[in-house]
Ligand binder design. Structure first.
Ligand code: SAM
Length: 249
């Protein structure tokens, strides 16, 4: 199983302990409705000013806090996540709230949909920092680009760091900003062996300039970029981008 599938274990714990969302699991938010990205999302949607029934895709939707918020704003929402348990929880929550959201299990790096020009907005609700290797990130962003309509928007909020050597949180970071955690030899997800130990990569924390460059290289026009300093960890920041797929090839 790929390294980024390891969230499944956390969602099983959340389901067992009745924890409704990733934000609550990580103690970043107090309720399902009060998701981490809400403040930025509200201002980003205000900037874009789309028609109310626009088609929106939530990548790495988890249990669906962002999808539910968007559906409540009148958007037609699809969400997918690599975690089967997260998607089951998302479906139950949407049903309880009476919301019509189409959820599926899928992988942004190898998405099953072959369609293109489908969505008015694609939103990265903190999925992209789970994709660590360059080739996976290129595949994921190329899929986002393909799924967007011409002139459609990609809204991204993702972790960033100016200097990876400042990292003092769990695990360790290499010079590319890949966060590594030591695991046992029989760990069920894809691991890498170095220094005679087994490691799993869990995140990629990139320099804001490198994040901008990968969006430009994908073909996006960068309409708005902001760096929001992390309130808890001084050397971290949220990189926030509103990008547009060009209207013409
Ligand atoms: C930080 S959590 C955020 C979840 C949710 N967006 C929220 O705000 O509660 C990141 C999510 O990305 C999902 N994810 C990681 N890699 C993925 C991939 N390759 N394709 C789809 N989802 C992925 C994880 O399973 C996890 O649910």
């Amino acid at each position: 199983m790929k390294y980024y599938e390891s969230h499944e274990d956390a969602y099983r714990k959340m389901k067992k302990n009745n924890i409704p969302s990733w934000g609550e699991f990580c103690e970043q938010s107090e309720t399902f409705e009060d998701f981490y990205m809400k403040e930025y999302l509200v201002t980003a949607l205000d900037r874009i000013k789309l028609v109310s029934n626009a088609r929106v895709l939530d990548i790495g939707c988890g249990t669906g806090p962002v999808s539910c918020f968007l559906a409540q704003q009148g958007y037609r929402v699809d969400g997918f996540d690599i975690s089967q348990t997260a998607v089951e929880m998302a479906r139950t929550k949407a049903k309880d709230l009476g919301l019509d959201i189409h959820y599926s299990v899928d992988d942004i790096c190898r998405i099953s949909s072959t369609g293109s020009d489908i969505y008015d907005i694609v939103i990265d609700t903190h999925c992209m920092h789970c994709i660590t290797y360059d080739q996976d990130r290129h595949a994921a962003l190329a899929n986002v680009f393909r799924l967007l309509k011409k002139g459609g928007y990609y809204i991204e909020e993702t972790m960033s760091i100016k200097d990876p050597s400042l990292w003092t949180d769990e695990g360790r970071v290499d010079e590319q900003g890949i966060v590594w955690h030591e695991v046992k030899e029989d760990y069920p997800y894809e691991t890498v062996r170095f220094e005679n130990k087994h490691w799993i990569c869990t995140r990629r924390v990139m320099h804001p300039t490198d994040l901008e460059n990968e969006l430009k290289q994908t073909g996006f026009i960068l309409e708005h970029i902001e760096i929001h300093e992390d309130e808890d960890i001084e050397y971290m920041a949220d990189f926030r981008a509103i990008c547009r797929k060009p209207m013409f090839d």
